[in-house]
Design a protein around this ligand. Structure first.
Ligand code: SF4
Ligand code: SF4
Length: 399
């Protein structure tokens, strides 16, 4: 049987329009009652990456979140809660407040789940990864509804339905998963197993205002005017790719998503319902179109600085807040006092231990240790980190 994906046009965050679009999409793929028992405790998992006004398209829009809650409450689902584990060390609930989501949760009496604590969960069916540090919120839920955002991502090309499950890993373990799986391929396989393990029953993508360019935090909002809904996260993400003219197999979570049995990506295996038409395709959407195997160059230790892309700080924009240094998963196990400290890590303040310097300088990269996970770029509040490709890389790899 084909995977069904509903694509519904929606050109604004007017609550009534968004509610109608999501209701219609859910009905087209079979109705909520046929997917989730009414007695389930349901975790609503929006994208709450970092502090940002909803107009920036960083996080799931409050109108999308509110529409999902309204639909569930009207259908008699009484036991819902919500949350996400952001990459930022601030309290997840405080970040949700800045993004306008906590206000909606409060309005409908939904509690924020525990994303600060959790435990190691063994997933014996994992094809590549069998252990995950799951948040208590994810462990407590009977069902998850994944309310993801349509955005670009420096490491994974796009972040959509499959990638959004990473927020069910608690606290700094989320960033540390990059150091455990330092290349794109392995990170993609891990994400697919995580998504298989959590098995959200429904995926709803906010693609009304998407993010292109330097995503998932520092990119630019661009209207794509769609809500996309499916029970198959791989099929949903592949439709996202179709809408922004990206080859689905260049996205590791799509390629391994099908190989590991999470879902399907080929056109002939997907039934698209609703308002889909070629008019919705944006061929100018700014997104990395590099092939998946471009990352194999990361293994060429001596040559990689000349070839592979890397994060670069734009000094004029940097406000020296240190969020990037904090977010970087490459830490020295012996701490900052080790004499080898700067040799062992990937990003640091050069004058950090210099008592005479009154002010911090712009952080400095040690590219030898940098695994190109781009957590630093994700967390920079000043859009001061860009991903740049050296000339030789442009000529030979990322063509
Ligand atoms: S690069 Fe960004 S995150 Fe890092 S110190 Fe500068 S402003 Fe802060
Ligand atoms: S410096 Fe940035 S890209 Fe490199 S490992 Fe640290 S967080 Fe990842």
């Amino acid at each position: 049987m084909k995977s069904k994906v509903a694509v519904i046009k929606c050109d604004s965050y007017d609550l009534n329009k968004v509610y109608d679009a999501i209701s219609r999409a859910i009905e087209l793929i079979g109705g909520i009652e046929n997917l989730i028992p009414k007695t389930d405790k349901i975790l609503l998992k929006p994208n709450i990456l970092n502090k940002a006004n909803p107009k920036k398209a960083v996080t799931t829009h409050p109108a999308v979140f509110e529409s999902v809650i309204k639909i569930l409450q009207e259908k008699g689902y009484k036991n819902c809660f919500y949350g996400d584990s952001p990459g930022n060390p601030m309290s997840p609930e405080k970040i949700a407040e800045v993004c306008g989501l906590k206000q909606i949760g409060d309005k409908y009496n939904l509690t924020f789940g525990d994303f600060n604590h959790g435990k190691t969960y063994t997933f014996s069916e994992g094809k590549f990864t069998k252990r995950f540090e799951l948040s208590n919120a994810a462990l407590e839920a009977d069902s998850i509804i994944n309310i993801c955002k349509m955005k670009t991502h420096a490491l994974m090309r796009i972040t959509g339905a499959v990638k959004n499950t990473l927020g069910c890993v608690y606290a700094f373990n989320k960033a540390m998963s990059h150091s455990k799986f330092p290349n794109t391929d392995d990170f993609g396989k891990m994400i697919v197993d995580l998504s298989r393990c959590l098995n959200p029953k429904l995926h709803i993508m906010d693609g009304i205002l998407a993010m292109e360019g330097n995503g998932p935090f520092s990119g630019d909002p661009v209207p794509m005017n769609v809500i996309i809904v499916s029970t198959d996260p791989v099929a949903l993400d592949s439709i996202f790719c179709r809408l922004v003219d990206v080859e689905p197999t260049s996205v590791p979570s799509i390629k391994y998503g099908e190989e590991f049995g999470l879902g399907v990506w080929k056109e002939e295996d997907i039934e698209v319902v609703g308002d889909y038409s070629d008019d919705l395709i944006n061929k100018n959407f700014k997104v990395s179109k590099e092939p998946l195997n471009a990352d194999k160059w990361q293994n060429l230790a001596l040559l990689r600085s000349f070839f592979i892309k890397k994060p670069v700080i734009i000094k004029d924009k940097c406000v020296k807040c240190g969020a990037c240094v904090e977010a970087c998963p490459i830490k020295d196990p012996n701490g900052q006092n080790s004499t080898e400290y700067k040799k062992n890590i990937a990003l640091y303040f050069n004058n950090e231990n210099n008592n005479e310097s009154k002010e911090k300088e712009t952080p400095v990269y040690n590219y030898k240790n940098c695994i190109r996970c781009y957590c630093c770029q994700e967390m920079c509040p000043a859009k001061a980190i860009e991903v740049k490709t050296p000339l030789l890389g442009k000529l030979f790899i990322y063509r």
